[in-house]
Design a protein around this ligand. Structure first.
Ligand code: SF4
Length: 325
C-alpha cells in the first residue's frame, strides 16, 4: 500500500489487509474463481474504505462495490461505453452540458476508490487539460449558466491548489450563483475532504453551495463521515445524497430504509436513487424496474416522504433525469 496516499492498488495486498475475519464475506462477494486480479478498469480502494468493510454489519455488500469479478467481462446487449451520453454533450474537453443553463465539469480522473459499477469507467479522461483555465474560458462565453456542477472522477481529489484555482475561476463569473459538488469522498477519503476545509468553509459566502454525496449502503456511514457532513452543514452547505440501486449491495427495503435514516442522522437528505447506468461490464448489478418500484413502494410505508429518494434513470439525450415511479 502507498503510505502517502493510503490506497490499495493490488488486490492480494488489500485482501491480506482485510484479514481472516473477512474471509467468509470475500468468498460470498467474489469467490476465488470469479475474482479478476487484473481487471480492465483497474482496482483501487482506500484504506479507509477497507476499514469500513472490516467493521461493516454486511461486509460483502461493500466488497461487491469494490472487488473486480469476471462478471465484468460479459458483453451484454444494451450496455455501452458511454451510457449517459457524456460525449455528445461535451462542450469543451472537461465541460458537459446536458441541461438548461447548468454545466458539469469533469474535474479530474481520480477517485478515492474505483466503484465496479461506475458509469464513467470507460470515459476518455486522458483528454482533461488545464481544467481551471478551460472552464473559465468556456464560462466567458456562456453567461446564461447559473449552476456549475463539479464532478469527475471525484473533484475533491484535486490537489488543494488546483481545487482553489478551479473554484476561483468559476467565482469570477457573476452569473454562476450555485456551486454543486458531486463526491464520494466523505465515505472513501474523509481525510482528503478535510484538506480542503478552509476553502469549503469560505464558499457559502460566494455561492449557494450544494454537496451531493454518493453513499450506497448504511455501513458506509460512520463517525468520520458524520464529522465531515457536520462541518459542511455548519458552514452553510446544503447536503443531499444520491445512491445507485445495486444487486447484492442495497436491493432490499431494510437496507434502503436504514440508509435513509442514517443519512438523515448525519444531516443529509436522500435525493436520488438511480437505476443502474448501462456501462459495459456492470450488468451483474442490474435490478429490474419492477423490483425497484416495489422497493420504493415498501420504503414509502416505512419512512416520512422527505426520506424517500426519487427513483430515476438517466437517459442519454434527455433534458432531465427520468422518474421511474
Ligand atoms: S466515485 Fe464516482 S466516478 Fe469514481 S469510480 Fe465511483 S462512481 Fe465512478
Amino acid at each position: 500500500m502507498d503510505e502517502v496516499t493510503k490506497v490499495f492498488t493490488q488486490i492480494p495486498e488489500f485482501l491480506e489487509y482485510l484479514g481472516p475475519e473477512c474471509a467468509a464475506a470475500i468468498a460470498n462477494a467474489a469467490p476465488n474463481d470469479e475474482l479478476d486480479l487484473s481487471p480492465k478498469f483497474p482496482f483501487l480502494c482506500s484504506r479507509r474504505y477497507a476499514d469500513l468493510i472490516k467493521k461493516a454489519a454486511e461486509p460483502e455488500a461493500l466488497l461487491r462495490e469494490i472487488l473486480p469479478t469476471r462478471d465484468e467481462l460479459a458483453s451484454v446487449p444494451g450496455f455501452v461505453d458511454d451510457p449517459v451520453g457524456d460525449l455528445p454533450a461535451g462542450k469543451a474537453d472537461c465541460v458537459i452540458q446536458k441541461y438548461d443553463r447548468r454545466a458539469l465539469i469533469v474535474s479530474t480522473a481520480t477517485c478515492g476508490a474505483r466503484c465496479r459499477f461506475c458509469f464513467r469507467k470507460n470515459y476518455p479522461f486522458q483528454n482533461i487539460p488545464d481544467v481551471a483555465r478551460q472552464v473559465s474560458d468556456w464560462l466567458d462565453t456562456h453567461s446564461d449558466i447559473w449552476e456549475v456542477i463539479l464532478s469527475g472522477g471525484d473533484p475533491l481529489m484535486l490537489g488543494p491548489g488546483e481545487f482553489r484555482d478551479l473554484v476561483e475561476a468559476i467565482a469570477m463569473h457573476s452569473s454562476v450563483t450555485t456551486l454543486r459538488i458531486h463526491t464520494r469522498l466523505p465515505v472513501m477519503r474523509p481525510d482528503v475532504v478535510m484538506q480542503h476545509f478552509e476553502l469549503l468553509r469560505e464558499l457559502p459566502a460566494r455561492f449557494e453551495c450544494v454537496l451531493v454525496s454518493h453513499v450506497d449502503h448504511p455501513d458506509e456511514l460512520d463517525e468520520q463521515s458524520q464529522m465531515v457532513f457536520g462541518q459542511l452543514r455548519f458552514s452553510g452547505w446544503t447536503l443531499l445524497n444520491q445512491s445507485v440501486l445495486l444487486k447484492g449491495v442495497n436491493n432490499n427495503a431494510g437496507t434502503l430504509e436504514k440508509l435513509s435514516r442514517r443519512l438523515f442522522e448525519q444531516g443529509v437528505l436522500p435525493y436520488y436513487l438511480h437505476q443502474l447506468d448501462h456501462a459495459n461490464g456492470v450488468a451483474h448489478f442490474e435490478v429490474s424496474d419492477e423490483t425497484a418500484k416495489e422497493l420504493i413502494k415498501e420504503i414509502r410505508t416505512r419512512l416520512p416522504g422527505y426520506l424517500v429518494p426519487k427513483l430515476v434513470r438517466e437517459i442519454a439525450g434527455e433534458k432531465s433525469k427520468t422518474p421511474i415511479l
